[in-house]
Design a protein around this ligand. Structure first.
Ligand SMILES: NC(=O)c1ccc[n+]([C@@H]2O[C@H](COP(=O)([O-])OP(=O)(O)OC[C@H]3O[C@@H](n4cnc5c(N)ncnc54)[C@H](O)[C@@H]3O)[C@@H](O)[C@H]2O)c1
Ligand SMILES: O=C(O)[C@H](O)COP(=O)(O)O
Length: 593
């Protein structure tokens, strides 16, 4: 078991990563470099770490992730994340990030190196000379100038290969259903619309797609048969895009003039496998997944992912996560106070209303309404995630799962929670708030069968089943401005006692003495009157406008109020019961925010 620097988050590095990035981590993280771990050893130690930094060798399986109780981020120092179970990481709220552009140049240059090595038989000539032979006529190659290079996958690496190949005087044809024709044209690449059209035209074919369902085995017997006799093929993308058995057969039959392969279906290849026979074939030029192995690329990807690990562990959003939305840093900064606010709205809703009739158990449909400046924020995914976290954190253990931007949608779907986000660029409301966020909880069916406008009775019936909480941000500090039918102004922090009562003299004294008896100190108190709009009868969508309340002659609606007390500890249910029984309040509820 490693000895950790006390208190620092721990990051496990089980593969060779450039020290440039790791140096960035060392001042604030405990970096544990453990090369050569067996899968069993990885499983045993992974619960100790907050971050895991890998290349393509470490298999980050569902079992590893489930055991990783403290893991916040898996960072892949490179592009491909096929060695990481991203789906499981998403379920568990673990960010998976990568370095999508740090090794593009290296991979493209390696492709060209293999292309030239294969065309000019450099590995064979080199090996022959080292064995003391001088065989000049045996190693006559071909030129690439004027030949057709077919590229499957005109993404970052594919496009760079295209530009380099143009520099060598090649004609470049490419197949990529998602490529931009303008970008292809700017690189003088002819876009071809199908493999069957592309393959017969090429002298060299190179693959630059990810390994996904549609590309697995994409080049097999049929496709190889379409290629010209003597043509050559390259794979610096992922093993499995070219079927290894079909490729070996095409080399053995002499149909293909050569193959240059950097990646294999199983790495390292198993002895006696098809891949090992392919490697041994005299017309195959092979490298052990070296596409990204340059000093420069390794520095790039290492620095890139190490910076992201620091940011993620500090609570920021990743720049290039594969399982979370990308949000610009300046936008994320603007969102931060509202993220805190919306989480508080959700938590306040669950704690204040969950136990009440029609509470959170039945109200699983929410409108999250952004008004004013906050409505101008484009990507509200962090607000959605904050709401789900706020709603669920007070009532569920969520089995150690950290609800965040990565898994909020999945968790909401599993829990049957529906959220509709709405925006209004109008001023926040008649009030002076520049931004206002309102959470409306409602039963799904009622919402769609809303009473026609003007039908106040219907409106009240509908309103009875809604719960509304609004808030704003004062600087960075969240502020609740409405709780139910009450106009409020309190900071949702710490433990709060929320008492509904008729606003009458002496009430505060009684409540204070009951709390004093229990040894509870009051830090602050604020009174929230019924919304003036409600008294004027204009706010028919307000919540909980009960018949009893409206017809209470001695206690007209205008006399109702919420008393919100900030207290220094959580209280037992006995305290809230006593407040109702002895203190004369209508209801009392303690929440911790
Ligand atoms: N050998 C190495 O060391 C090494 C280094 C870097 C990248 N890679 C691999 O190279 C591949 C390409 O990387 P990239 O950064 O260019 O990725 P990219 O996402 O930028 O490009 C992939 C391209 O493939 C296209 N594509 C997807 N499905 C396709 C299909 N069915 N037919 C045709 N095109 C399709 C996409 O539209 C995209 O343009 C990846 O598999 C990556 O893991 C390998
Ligand atoms: O996906 C990638 O970035 C490349 O395949 C490089 O993988 P590596 O980091 O294991 O060299």
């Amino acid at each position: 078991m490693p000895l950790f620097k006390k208190g620092l988050p721990k990051v496990l590095v089980p593969e060779k990563l450039s020290p440039d990035g790791l140096a960035l981590l060392r001042s604030s993280l405990d970096v544990d470099e453990r090369k050569g771990l067996t899968p069993e050893e990885l499983l045993e130690i992974i619960p100790n770490y907050e971050a895991l930094l890998v290349r393509s060798e470490t298999k980050v399986t569902a079992t590893v992730l489930q055991a990783a109780r403290n893991l916040k981020v898996v960072a892949r120092a490179g592009v491909g994340v096929d060695n990481v179970d991203v789906e499981e990481a998403t379920k568990l709220g673990i960010v998976v990030c990568n370095s999508p552009s740090g090794n593009i140049g290296a991979a493209a240059e390696h492709t060209i190196a293999l292309l030239m090595a294969m065309a000019r038989k450099i590995p064979e000539g080199c090996a022959s000379l080292k064995h003391g032979k001088w065989e000049r006529s045996k190693f006559v190659g071909v030129e690439v100038k004027g030949k057709v290079l077919g590229i499957v996958g005109l993404g970052k690496v594919g496009l760079t290969v295209a530009r380099l190949a143009k520099g060598l005087g090649m004609n470049v044809h490419a197949l990529d259903p998602y490529a931009s024709p303008a970008v292809a044209a700017s690189a003088s690449v002819t876009l071809i619309s199908s493999l069957s059209e592309l393959l017969p035209s090429v002298d060299f074919l190179t693959i630059h797609t990810p390994l996904i369902a549609s590309t697995r085995g994409m080049i097999s017997d049929t496709e190889l048969a379409l290629m010209k006799p003597g043509s050559r093929i390259l794979n610096v993308a992922r093993g499995g895009t070219i079927d290894e058995t079909a490729l070996l057969a095409a080399l053995e039959s002499g149909h293909l003039g050569g193959a240059a392969i950097d990646v294999f279906t199983s790495e390292p290849p198993v002895s006696d496998s098809t891949a090992s026979k392919l490697i041994a074939h005299p017309r195959a030029v092979v490298t052990p997944h070296l596409g990204a192995s340059t000093v420069e690329a390794q520095e790039n990807v290492s620095v890139d992912v190490c910076q992201q690990v620091l940011e993620i562990l500090a609570g920021s959003l990743p720049r290039s996560a594969v399982n979370a939305p990308i949000i610009l840093p300046e936008e994320y900064k603007k969102l931060q106070p509202f993220v805190r606010l919306v989480e508080k709205l959700g938590s306040l809703y669950t704690q204040h209303y969950a136990g009440s009739p029609g509470g959170s158990m039945t109200l699983n449909t929410f409108d999250l309404i952004y008004k004013g400046e906050v409505a101008g924020i484009n990507n509200t995914a962090p607000l959605f995630a904050a709401l789900i976290k706020g709603l669920l954190s007070p009532i569920s253990s969520t089995e150690g799962i950290n609800i965040n931007i990565v898994n909020a949608e999945l968790v909401a779907r599993e829990r049957g929670i529906f959220v509709s986000e709405q925006r209004s660029r109008d001023p926040a409301d008649e009030s002076s708030y520049s931004s206002l966020v309102t959470l409306v909880a409602r039963p799904p069916s009622r919402a769609s069968s809303r009473a026609p406008a003007g039908d106040v009775a219907g409106g009240v019936a509908q309103a009875q089943h809604q719960r509304i909480i609004s808030g704003t941000c004062s600087g960075d500090q969240p502020l609740i401005t409405r709780l139910g039918r009450f106009e409020a102004s309190f900071e949702p922090n710490g433990t709060l006692l929320i008492c509904e009562n008729y606003d009458s003299p002496g009430k505060i004294g009684v409540v204070g003495s009951i709390l004093g008896r229990e040894g509870v100190n009051i830090n602050f108190m604020t009174v929230a009157p019924v919304s003036s709009k409600l008294i004027a009868g204009s706010d028919v969508t307000d919540i909980k406008v009960t018949k009893e309340t409206l017809t209470e002659e001695d206690n007209p609606i205008s006399k109702e109020a919420l008393m919100i007390l900030g207290i220094d500890r959580s209280v037992s249910p006995k305290v809230t019961t006593d407040l109702v029984k002895e203190g004369g309040v209508l209801s009392a509820c303690a929440v911790t925010l």
